[in-house]
Design a protein around this ligand. Sequence first.
Ligand code: 4NP
Length: 160
Amino acid sequence: MTKIKVLFVCLGNICRSPLAEAVFSDKVRRAGLESMLIDSCGTGGYHIGHLPDPRSMAVASDHNIPMDHRARRLTKADLTDFDYVIGMDDENMYNIGKLSSSPTAETFKMRKFDSEGEDKDVPDPYYGGDEGFESVYQMLDRSSDGLLAYIRNKHGLDRS
Ligand code: 4NP
């Protein structure tokens, strides 16, 4: 069976999108779904090859979520290789849209799936304090539930 591919996108790929990848992957694993490939990347190239920001790693660890990622940059090919491309904010969505005129991936803003605060941005926590990272985690946790429900429904993946 071909895997359903989900890509999370932010600017630097060190704070929000690697945390989104980790949170969503954890939910997929807990649900016993092996049919998904999950990755993240950034629209900017400043942090290529870097580990996630220590504050993102700390918040993942606080919630017992494993994190394993090195930053990479979004490519045009991602927009046809992946089935779902999920941006964190309006600027990410603009940059995703600019990259290709013929994407085959469905593209969404992450908080479209948030039960609290639909369609708002996941704010960039990079220049703020630790509390911003916990708040981002809560948004990603709620949004991941909604996104997973959407994908399960779309692909007829039974609840276990
Ligand atoms: P992210 O956060 O997009 O959530 O990874 C940022 C990380 C680094 C920078 C900007 C945003 N930066 O300008 O270096």
